[in-house]
Design a protein around this ligand. Structure first.
Ligand code: SAM
Length: 179
């Protein structure tokens, strides 16, 4: 079980980035996301992708992040540019359930202490989406990209156009098209 905890989400400002955090988490192997601020629009967007494209990814918003971290039975990894090197941390992580914490605005000091590990994806500032994607890909060994989600909509890899199988309306293929 891998759960992402998104801290400091500001609905008016962060909706797009938090949606991308959730979708990257789902695509790259996490089982769900917790978001520290209530945002029903965000829940609808993520649930709609899950309904159409499959998988069992969950989203819960408006959680008490301190309680969630303290109650987590497993390891808690906080991704921060100030943390230890990913390459050195990776071999020491175990296979227990993992909570991965990513911030938006300034992350409270307490998070650094509550986390079992503070890990950097390089020591330059970049993005929670990039940090999470690289972490999941390296931690899970890169295999998640080719996993099947058994959804209503399945994209078939196509070097020149778009091919989608829509099982919701009977098995059919859309003709590839540009764009
Ligand atoms: N200024 C904020 C602070 O000092 O806590 C960080 C803002 S950053 C845009 C948002 C999140 O992206 C961070 O909380 C962290 O989770 C993630 N992040 C950004 N760069 C990172 C890096 N080099 N390594 C790991 N995580 C990173």
């Amino acid at each position: 079980m891998i759960m992402v905890l998104r801290l400091g989400h500001r609905p008016a400002r962060d909706q797009r980035v938090t949606t991308h955090v959730a979708l990257a988490a789902r695509a790259l192997g996490a089982d769900g996301i917790l978001v520290s601020t209530k945002d029903e629009g965000l829940e609808r967007t993520v649930n709609s992708v899950v309904e159409r494209f499959g998988g069992a990814f969950t989203i819960r918003t408006g959680v008490d992040w301190r309680k969630e971290i303290k109650a987590w039975k497993g390891q808690v990894v906080h991704l921060t540019m100030y943390g230890e090197r990913l390459s050195e941390a990776l071999p020491t992580l175990d296979t227990r359930d993992m909570m991965i914490v990513v911030g938006a605005e300034k992350v409270p000091r307490e998070v650094y202490d509550l986390a079992d590990r503070n890990i950097s994806i390089g020591n330059q500032p970049h993005s929670e989406v990039a940090a999470l994607a690289i972490f999941l890909d390296r931690y899970l060994g890169g295999g998640m990209l080719e996993r099947s989600f058994e959804g209503g909509l399945t994209v078939v890899p196509n070097p020149r156009g778009k091919t989608v199988i829509d099982r919701r309306r009977g098995r059919r293929k859309k003709a590839p098209y540009e764009g």
